[in-house]
Design a binder for this molecule. Structure first.
Ligand SMILES: Cc1cc2nc3c(=O)[nH]c(=O)nc-3n(C[C@H](O)[C@H](O)[C@H](O)COP(=O)(O)O)c2cc1C
Length: 315
């Protein structure tokens, strides 16, 4: 495990404190992908693995959480992607699993914050705008995941880049912030800290990690993507989404109808490697990812580059 930077120490860093980790890097929740194989590697490296619920496969999720406890004794969290988990008992489900940290996303922060916090969990809510951030703080969340529109996945139809959104939210709220969208290394982590974050979340970088369970075709598509190779789809409807440019997504780019219904057969893409079977959610940062690396290397490289960047700026 890399030596943690002083800026990560829980005496000064509220994200490290809240998550109980040495390194305030969070692996993004991602349906079917954010499971124990990937998340345990992240937690074992000193950062924070997250288990998804957006697949809706709660029996499997329960097994994955159990597997996490066998694979690592380090902290991890769970995400509730509200628009995608229709089970009304999802908050009780997460509480019953005994996890301490939860991120809520894709829905109103008023829905679950109270019940999760009453059960003693730490709750961070994912926000794509200043208005959403203020609403989440009013709802009593412990912290925010501030997610810029360059990131992969389901998005607000009015995307705002991390560079604009993060300092804007920082200037208006006091709670700790985890930055998401465009972060893949120590330079971008240092930039996020400069803009007011105390932690970062990586999605696309983790899809392409060696321990990610997705088919190698998707990892290689990320590795070979240019920064211009994502498309922003469905911005006249909700949810909008950012995904890799493929034949499937190019055909949907100018569609009038809600293309969420055209998402496709996720498992044939994720595990079968058919890049046109479904929409391959990925962020613009794919253009900066050049290799498939083990999670431990990604985390260690990020920490050492963060330290070098901060030292360079100071000196
Ligand atoms: C394949 C994929 C699936 C995702 N699924 C979820 C999800 O279930 N819940 C959620 O809150 N965010 C989800 N996201 C968004 C990520 O949590 C993260 O905020 C985003 O990927 C950050 O931007 P980056 O891709 O530039 O790292 C997903 C992203 C990707 C790429």
């Amino acid at each position: 495990m890399p030596a943690p930077h002083p800026a990560f120490d829980s005496s000064v860093n509220r994200v490290s404190r809240d998550l109980g980790v040495d390194i305030p890097i969070v692996q993004a929740p991602m349906g079917w992908i954010a499971r124990s194989q990937l998340a345990s590697a992240v937690s074992a490296a000193g950062a924070c693995g997250i288990i998804e619920t957006s697949s809706g496969e709660l029996d499997t999720v329960k097994d994955e959480i159990r597997a996490m406890r066998e694979l690592t004794d380090r902290p991890f969290g769970v995400n509730i992607a509200q628009a995608f988990v229709r089970d009304p008992a999802i908050a009780e489900f997460v509480i019953d699993q005994g996890v301490k940290f939860v991120t809520t996303s894709a829905g109103s922060p008023t829905k679950y914050t109270g019940v999760l916090k009453a059960a003693g969990l730490t709750v961070y809510h994912v926000v794509p705008t200043l208005a959403a951030a203020l609403k989440a703080v009013d709802a009593g969340v412990d912290g925010l995941v501030v997610e810029g529109g360059e990131g992969g996945g389901f998005k607000s139809p009015t995307p705002v880049s991390t560079m604009v959104l993060l300092p804007l939210v920082r200037s208006r709220v006091d709670v700790p912030i985890i930055a998401a969208g465009g972060i893949c290394d120590g330079m971008t982590m240092a930039a996020a800290f400069a803009l007011g974050a105390e932690g970062v979340q990586m999605g696309t970088r983790m899809v392409s990690a060696a321990e990610s369970p997705v088919h190698d075709n998707w990892k290689q598509a990320i590795v070979s993507a240019a920064e211009t190779d994502t498309l922003f789809l469905n911005d006249r409807h909700s949810p909008a989404l950012r995904a890799l440019r493929t034949d499937r997504t190019e055909a949907l780019q100018y569609a009038e109808h809600n293309v969420f219904g055209d998402f496709g057969d996720a498992k044939s893409l994720y595990f079968g490697g058919d890049m046109n079977a479904a929409i391959a959610l990925s962020g613009q940062v794919a253009g900066r990812i050049d290799d498939v690396r083990p999670v431990a290397d990604i985390i260690a490289g990020t920490v050492s580059e963060f330290a070098a960047t901060v030292a360079r700026l100071a000196g």
